[in-house]
Each structure stands twice: as structure tokens, then as C-alpha cells.
Design a protein around this ligand. Structure first.
Ligand SMILES: O=c1ccn([C@H]2C[C@H](O)[C@@H](CO)O2)c(=O)[nH]1
Ligand SMILES: [Zn+2]
Length: 131
């Protein structure tokens, strides 16, 4: 991916973040998932009064895409108001492994951006290859 494509995906994630439903943590997260065919799915975190039911922005975007028939992905961008680039939680990393999302772009509102491979974010992962 070139830097223009990365910046475009970050823009989609930034817009998605504005829809965050996070009244409990007040921590808004946005994600944008680029499918193989160029389609982009956006996601935000969606919290619940029963806290454990919260869905992260990354999984919202991935589940939206999969539920619409997509199985092949190029990259996902994640943004939040963090000190450094926003790091996905373990559950989201595991779901990224399930759908083999090769490139993970982490950023924050200050524009600090880091691009990682899936194996860098979740080394020695358990996934479809193990079954
Ligand atoms: O990568 C992350 C980390 C956290 N959250 C959400 C879950 C919860 O709503 C809030 C605080 O944990 O941020 C995400 O959406 N993605
Ligand atoms: Zn998560």
C-alpha cells in the first residue's frame, strides 16, 4: 500500500469514529477495513450497560464486511485519541488472524501512524491453519 492509500483508509476510520457509542468509557475508536475488491467497511466501538458485551471498532468493521459476503481483505486502519498509535485488543487481533488481514495501520488523532503485519501483532497465533 502506498501512503495515499493508507491516508485514505485512515480518513475512513476517522469518520467512523464519530459514530462511536461509548458512553461508559468515553473512549471513541474508529476502524476502516479495505476489502480485496476495494470496498471499504467502517466500524466504531459499541458499548453496552453490560460492559462485557462491548464490541470494538475493528470487529464491528470486520463483521459488517463478512456479513456482506467479503472474505478477502487488504488492510485495516484503527484510530483513537491515544498517546501513541492505537493498539487493537487481543480479541480483535484474533479475529484479524481468522480473516488473514495482512496489513494493520494503527494511528491516533495526532497522526502518529505505524503499519504492522498480522504476525507482528499476534505472533505464534492459533488460527485456521491449526485445525
Ligand atoms: O482497539 C480497541 C481498543 C478498545 N476499543 C474500545 C472498547 C471500549 O468501547 C473502549 C475502551 O476499552 O474502547 C476498541 O474499539 N478497539
Ligand atoms: Zn478489540
Amino acid at each position: 500500500m502506498d501512503s495515499e492509500e493508507i491516508n485514505t483508509l485512515i480518513q475512513f476510520a476517522t469518520v467512523a469514529r464519530e459514530q462511536s457509542y461509548s458512553p461508559y468509557s468515553n473512549f471513541a475508536v474508529g476502524a476502516a477495513l479495505l476489502c480485496q475488491d476495494g470496498t471499504v467497511y467502517q466500524g466504531c466501538n459499541i458499548e453496552n450497560a453490560s460492559f462485557g458485551m462491548t464490541n470494538c471498532a475493528e470487529r464491528t468493521a470486520i463483521f459488517k464486511a463478512v456479513s456482506e459476503g467479503h472474505r478477502l481483505f487488504q488492510a485495516i486502519a484503527v484510530i483513537a485519541d491515544t498517546e501513541g498509535p492505537c493498539a487493537p485488543c487481543g480479541a480483535c487481533r484474533q479475529v484479524m488472524v481468522e480473516f488473514n488481514i495482512p496489513t494493520i495501520i494503527l494511528t491516533n488523532l495526532k497522526g502518529h501512524t505505524q503499519v504492522y503485519t498480522l504476525d507482528e501483532l499476534l505472533p505464534l497465533s492459533f488460527g485456521p491453519k491449526d485445525l
